[in-house]
Ligand binder design. Structure first.
Ligand code: ZN
Length: 417
């Protein structure tokens, strides 16, 4: 056996890598079939204004074909959508998905059967002190796509139920800005909670610090501001939000609401008109029909529908799972196209990190949700025990993330090839 010296080895290696560049001399062991075909569904993709009977072909984690009929034999695996709605993978802008790290976090992947959500945005579960662990141990170990708002408080929600902004010394602008700048690929901005029981005597100072940190990061970061029994004049708070910032729990009825004495605050409408994003963030205590209905009537439509799902809210009667929250808005008079847009293309646009996220265009990430629109009498309850009856609701059926379905059949290696 001849022994290769270093020079011979390098020559040989160069020959091999050179050969790979000559078409036809080295092939991937791949027959070109689709990895997954989602057939027979009613596609509803508001991001490209596409609606109708289409099959979706997926290969190597991307959507590659959207056609009226794609032959079965061109695919390795098939999901029969059976006439149900096929929509872009749902995007939830307000979730709590830091299990064991924040006091109310849930594991995103385990929520999938109830949420049909493929993209979760952590709304301040972690602050500067514990964001590194969230990024490496949670984001890195989760199939669902994840982004985050970094809490202005160093401890994020680790101290829950003790308010993380009661001690103003936790609200370190430089630490938050540095953490944001270092993680700008996944960190969208700064989260702050403005409720009396969270801020104590600190008033709006946490929001001021959040705004300074977002600016200081230099990444075009947004501030996501939670309201619900905020101290002081709510209009003062609303006036502080910049275009692109996010108001979450917009329809909260916890006190100091956007609707006061039956009238929408002019500052709330002005905020929407200058580009502040009106987010739902239903949660366990933050969605009140008696606020949402007059607010929407008077012009404060939501820009994004989010759930605020967490370990406490998930067990509350309002059941803030994203398709259920979408169903509430469907029965408030929004169209199916609107509610799907507000939970796909709209929040994906706010995230603005992944090309074509929130759509089913060819080339888009193969994140897809299949939902059944069930037409039957249904009753909903908000977080303040107000009930509304409706006529239809959305039920999750299948969730596909990067071309691989959650649940059975199991992904590689168990279903090889
Ligand atoms: Zn929340």
């Amino acid at each position: 056996m001849s022994k290769l010296d270093r020079r011979q080895f390098l020559t040989c290696a160069a020959a091999i890598s050179g050969a790979a560049l000559i078409p036809g001399t080295l092939r991937a062991n791949d027959d070109g079939r689709l990895d997954l075909l989602i057939r027979g569904g009613k596609v509803l993709d508001p991001g490209q204004k596409l609606q109708g009977r289409y099959d979706i072909g997926i290969r190597w984690g991307r959507i590659v074909r959207v056609e009226p009929t794609i032959p079965l034999e061109t695919a390795k695996h098939v999901i029969d959508a059976g006439g149900n709605l096929v929509v872009p993978g749902l995007v939830d802008l307000h979730t709590h998905v830091y299990p064991l790290g924040s006091a109310l976090g849930l594991p995103a992947d385990e929520l999938t059967p109830y949420t049909a959500t493929t993209t979760y945005v952590s709304a301040g579960d972690a602050g500067a002190n514990n964001f590194g662990a969230f990024r490496h141990h949670v984001m890195g170990a989760t199939r669902s796509r994840m982004f985050a708002f970094i809490h202005i408080s160093r401890i994020g929600l680790a101290g829950f139920p003790v308010g993380e902004e009661l001690n103003i010394d936790y609200l370190d602008v430089d630490a938050a800005a540095k953490c944001l700048a270092e993680n700008s690929d996944v960190a969208l901005g700064i989260k702050v909670r403005i409720s009396r029981n969270v801020v104590g005597d600190n008033g709006l100072e946490p929001l001021r610090r959040a705004l300074v940190a977002a600016e200081a990061a230099g990444t075009g970061a947004r501030v996501m501001c939670h309201i619900g029994d905020a101290p002081g004049n709510l209009s003062t708070l609303l006036d502080m939000l910049r275009p692109g910032d996010i108001l979450t729990h917009s329809y909260s009825g916890a006190g100091n609401n956007v609707v006061q004495n039956g009238k929408l605050l002019p500052a709330a409408l002005a905020a929407k008109q200058r580009g502040v994003i009106i987010d739902v963030g239903h949660g366990g205590g933050s969605f009140d029909y008696t606020i949402a209905e007059p607010a929407i009537d008077q012009g404060l439509m939501p820009d994004t529908i989010s759930s605020d799902i967490h370990a406490l809210s998930g067990n509350s009667p309002g059941m803030p799972y994203l398709p259920w929250v979408m169903s509430k808005f469907l029965n408030l008079g929004l169209s199916i196209e609107q509610v799907v847009a507000l939970a796909t293309s709209a929040p994906a646009g706010v995230i603005n990190r992944v090309d074509k996220l929130g759509t089913l265009q060819t080339g888009a990430p193969a994140d897809v949700s299949v939902l059944e629109l069930i037409e039957e009498p249904v009753e909903f309850v908000d977080t303040r025990n107000n009930r509304r009856s409706g006529t239809r609701w959305l039920k999750p059926l299948h969730t596909v993330r990067a071309g691989v379905a959650f649940g059975r059949p199991y992904p590689m290696p168990f279903n090889y090839p």
